[in-house]
Design a protein around this ligand. Sequence first.
Ligand code: GDD
Length: 317
Amino acid sequence: MRILITGITGFVGSHLAEYALSRGDVEVFGTARWRSRTENVEGILSEITIIDCDLRDACAVRRCLFEVKPEYVFHLAAQSYVPTSWIAPAETLTTNIISELNLLEAMRGADWEVRIQVAGSSEEYGLVHEDEAPIKETNPLRPLSPYAVSKVAQDLLAYQYHRSYGLYTVRTRAFNHEGPRRGQVFVTSDFARQIALIEKGRKEPVIEVGNLNARRDFTDVRDVVRAYWLALEKGEPGEVYNIGSGRAVTIREVLDMLLSMTDRKIEVRPVPERMRPSDVELLLADFSKFKALTGWEPRIPLEKTLADTLDYWRSRL
Ligand code: GDD
């Protein structure tokens, strides 16, 4: 079968491409912008086809879809860093919403069977009250950043295109996912990178941090891409599914786990610039709906995810 992964050179895209190839019977196509770096897919470049396509360009998207004629589309490409969305709200909203709109519009004209997974986010839940956790798909959406609003819009567009035109859309709301190749701005990768720099003597033994009290539900990216596949294989059209681990840890605990993996003595320094105008304080998944449908459960413990991320930075730097 043929699949199309938008944002194939990104963190999740590259892991999904590897997973799809490991299935043995899948031809993998992916979109990337012409300036995108390809280091995440270096090891599989000869096995995948990368199509130069800016998803904000409706004509380019249509051309790409009709050239590939995929059975499955995994829509991962996005501006995905929450703080950037405060600095560049218009760009975040345009990129995330219009790109998906272009895909859905192109799919309306498809004369073959095609399903699309839309990567929503637990950020859509935003403000979550203690008595609402673990969070079900039915929880109110109270987004706290332009990024989160863009994900709500993406999520609801996928719903609307299913209802209005019968498109086979499946919405996933993944909680935080981490692992090797994670962009360096995100918390696990940022902390791991700082530790690796310190170990190499390229940084004073001080780790800079932001809000350590926030709680997040972390899943390994390699488990998440397996879930995305199952979402398209078994997901009901128009439906939405949480994907997470069902365990919340504070960012302080993540920091402590990473610090326990190095023999260096490192000072922890809170930095005001790393604080957000409004942080999401609690994200904890109830993924029972997805588990009941697919049998999926995460397999890789957080400790391994963090150790692999640290090793990734040790070998990269
Ligand atoms: N990035 C970063 N850097 N975050 C920090 C730091 C720091 O130095 N110190 C504390 N944090 C806290 C943030 O305030 C936040 O509460 C938490 O660590 C996680 O931050 P990120 O790793 O940047 O991820 P996120 O939770 O904002 O968003 C990620 O997960 C979403 C799914 O829940 C992203 O991957 C989103 O794209 C994704 O939708």
